[in-house]
Design a protein around this ligand. Structure first.
Ligand code: 8YV
Length: 315
């Protein structure tokens, strides 16, 4: 029997690509120069898309594949997939939840500590000879015992909170409503009020049209000149221009960011700031988690084309 045809939208690890290619006829769409010509010739034979959280799949692409059955996302975020177009065209969508939760929470904590305690600046101080020339590294701000706000208490937000309790932090969170928690974390529904009540604001919301720029100038002003924003979710959750303005004017203390508008090309204004920590969208980027994500991407494809329910559908 001929292999099912899958349109692959971006690179994966060698391991994952080999696994996909053994089972499916994979078209590496990102390497094809004349995409419209390819779609005109092969579009009707494609049954599945293999994409990533950052790449998604838009309406035009979905509509140019009339026999598409499944979009399998390597990533938990499905904001870049046009779910309405998928539904209209009876296309299933799967993602890779849970397997990456703890790694993303880990990097959020690492970013808070690294920026808060000047870890990268400290390394430059030691390596550049400034230590010998100038003496002690400038003092930083304490992390433990401070107040943390978590905007979006989903799986990742919750794991961030669990880790923060180890730093004796007072924790508050925003969500659609209060969660039934065993922890004594305070629910503060309004993002501006949340920001007023914390020193470190973690942005851990699943992005949607509803959450676009939820972190706006008012939230930044409420956080203030000693406050820090840590974003491991999606760039669209923050008004990035307002963020740059606030960081430059120092009305906001600092920001640690794993995600950017237009990534991987980031706004050059970020490059001149000393109150930021910039990471290349790698919250889920450990060998262990990326293997688990690759396995889930593959398992969803295999299940569907074996006539079974997909293990991790996007609801
Ligand atoms: C990316 C992510 O998918 O899970 C998500 O939604 O954004 C990430 O895990 C990953 O970086 C691969 O692009």
């Amino acid at each position: 029997m001929s292999k099912i045809k899958v349109l692959q939208l971006g690179p994966y690890s060698d391991r994952d690509e080999k696994m996909l290619q053994e089972q499916f006829h994979v078209h590496r769409f990102f390497e094809i120069e004349d995409k419209p010509a390819f779609l005109a010739e092969h579009g009707s034979s494609i049954k599945a898309i293999a994409t990533r959280g950052d790449l998604g799949a838009d309406r035009d692409l979905i509509q140019s594949l009339p026999n598409l059955e499944l979009i399998s996302i390597y990533g938990v975020g499905f904001d870049a997939v046009d779910l309405v177009a998928a539904k209209e065209n009876n296309v299933l969508v799967s993602n890779t939840p849970d397997v990456l939760t703890k790694d993303v929470a880990d990097i959020a904590i690492a970013m808070m500590l690294a920026l808060g305690r000047g870890v990268t600046g400290g390394q430059t101080w030691a390596q550049s000879g400034d230590w010998a020339k100038k003496g002690m590294f400038p003092l930083t701000r304490r992390v433990h015992g401070k107040r943390a706000g978590i905007l979006g208490l989903g799986r990742i937000g919750y794991e961030i909170g669990r880790r923060l309790t180890g730093f004796d932090m007072d924790i508050c969170y925003s969500a659609r409503g209060p969660h039934d928690l065993k922890e004594d974390w305070a629910f503060i529904g309004d993002p501006v009020e949340l920001a007023k009540n914390c020193d470190y604001l973690f942005v851990a919301l699943a992005a949607s049209a509803e959450t676009k720029h939820i972190v706006n100038k008012d939230v930044m002003d409420a956080l203030g000149s000693d406050g820090m924003i840590i974003n491991i979710s999606r760039a669209a959750n923050i008004d990035e221009i307002a963020l740059l303005d606030a960081l430059e004017a120092r009305t906001l203390g600092s920001a640690a960011l794993d995600v950017f508008e237009g990534e991987p090309n980031i706004n050059p204004r970020f490059l001149n700031l000393d109150n930021v920590l910039l990471q290349p969208h790698h919250g889920s980027g450990t060998v262990e988690t990326r293997e688990a994500m690759g396995d889930l991407l593959f398992e969803n494809l295999v299940a569907h084309f074996s006539g079974k329910p997909i293990p991790t559908p996007v609801v």
